[in-house]
Ligand binder design. Structure first.
Ligand code: 1HE
Length: 264
């Protein structure tokens, strides 16, 4: 099953026995998957219109690089108001990625720069191959992040590292990127997509309410003062455990029908 987005620079295909994983692919390799306004809107639309079969998604990019960020050829003279609306358009699209219906896994390789890193940071898991490098060239282009990077990237790597990247143009390679928290997985060259798909199929097997809690409750709890966080956690725990799916999964373990936890 495939779906044809309105923008030719995006492809959507479905994987798994019941089409439970959506693969959303940037297909603009000649421009290093630079994110035009049309492509950003297509990403938003893709996440707004995922079929009900979908339980997890993968984002990847065609060609030698994941994404070169904002399409600089569209960076024309904007007045302050237009700049505000443009940034808010990115926010709305990446909000659909982060707080959409399903967990999203980014498969990274090559350049993950500027708005490309902002897109990756809106995903829930990042898998990077050995060719991956991370940069925020906005500093040297005389602009600022505008796609949510100022909020999301410090939560991954800390404000001090992001400040250094933007002030000095520092580029992190794949190994250092994984060390500082840009990606949770570092895999051999050319295997990020396969690993991301494998993880997405695993994520798709979880109880939907657990995935929902991880996407929508956990990040909010992490921002709350401890006392409020404990209370929100208790509410979420109570809701999750009450689902029939949860009852059946626990019964399956107690009756020896479910996997034990095993070390790798
Ligand atoms: C582009 C873009 C782009 C490539 N917008 N056209 N992002 C940046 O500042 C990164 C700019 N790009 C690069 O540094 C390099 O292109 C890469 C390291 C990503 C890849 O290098 P390479 O040698 O493989 O490719 P290339 O030869 O530089 O680029 C191939 C073509 O893609 C070329 O066009 P062509 O017509 O000459 O073939 C490039 O012009 C084009 N291209 N990147 C437009 N970004 C919400 S705010 C977010 C703010 C930002 O993201 S700012 C950071 C922007």
């Amino acid at each position: 099953m495939n779906q044809t987005p309105a923008n030719p620079d995006l492809k959507i295909e479905f994987h798994g026995a019941s089409n439970e994983v959506a693969v959303i692919r940037l297909t603009r390799p000649t421009k290093r998957n630079a994110l035009s306004d049309g492509l950003i809107l297509a990403i938003r639309d893709a996440f707004e219109n995922l079929p009900a079969t979908v339980r997890a998604a993968v984002i990847d990019g065609d060609g030698p690089h994941f994404c070169a960020g904002l399409d600089l050829s569209e960076l024309k003279e904007r007045d302050a108001g237009q700049g505000l609306y443009h940034s808010r358009m990115w926010h709305a699209a990446l909000e659909r990625v982060q707080h959409g219906p399903v967990p999203v896994i980014a498969a990274l390789h090559g350049a993950v720069v500027g708005g490309g890193l902002e897109l990756a940071s809106a995903c829930h898991i990042r898998v990077a191959d050995e060719t991956t490098f991370y940069a925020l060239p906005e500093g040297s282009r005389g602009i600022f992040v505008g796609g949510g990077g100022a909020v999301r990237i410090p939560r991954l790597i800390g404000a001090a590292r992001m400040t250094d990247m933007m002030l000095t143009g520092r580029v992190y390679n794949a190994a250092d990127g994984e060390r500082i928290g840009m990606a949770q997985y570092l895999v051999p060259q050319g295997t990020a997509f396969d690993k991301a798909l494998e993880l997405a199929k695993r994520v798709a097997e979880n109880a939907p309410l657990t995935n929902y809690a991880l996407m929508h409750a956990l990040p909010r709890i992490a921002e709350q003062p401890a006392d409020q966080g404990f209370f929100t956690e208790a509410l979420m725990a109570a809701i999750a455990q009450s689902a029939p799916d949860a009852k059946e999964r626990v019964r399956a373990f107690l009756e020896g029908r479910a996997d034990k936890v095993r070390k790798d």
